[in-house]
Design a binder for this molecule. Structure first.
Ligand SMILES: [Cu+2]
Length: 104
């Protein structure tokens, strides 16, 4: 089992949480996704998986959901994984990024 902690920009409501959770859960080997929502800033997403996750696959899933990684992916106990380049952290501007919940 592996746990990966992600910092995600732009998540503001439960719809955002659902969108990100859905994309990450669809990745191979992912067994659990926990989101600590921070509507004013960077949310923390913890992904539990059967093995180490591919950073680019995780990045693509976040992108597919419509959000940005705010910091490099931090694989716990997997120091060999190459960290992603950190995007600049910025608070969600102009409201919700999920595009489907009407909270813009
Ligand atoms: Cu939303």
């Amino acid at each position: 089992m592996a746990t990966t902690t992600l910092s995600v920009n732009g998540m503001t409501c439960s719809h955002c949480v659902n969108a990100v959770t859905k994309e990450l859960t669809s990745l191979p080997g992912v067994t659990d996704v926990q989101v600590e929502l921070a509507p004013e800033g960077v949310s923390t997403v913890t992904v539990t998986s059967e093995g180490p996750l591919q950073g680019d696959a995780v990045s693509a899933a976040i992108d597919e959901a419509g959000y940005d990684l705010a910091a490099p992916i931090l694989p716990q106990g997997q120091p060999d994984l190459i960290p992603l380049t950190a995007a600049e952290a910025e608070p969600a501007a102009g409201g919700c990024g999920c595009g489907g919940c009407g909270c813009k």
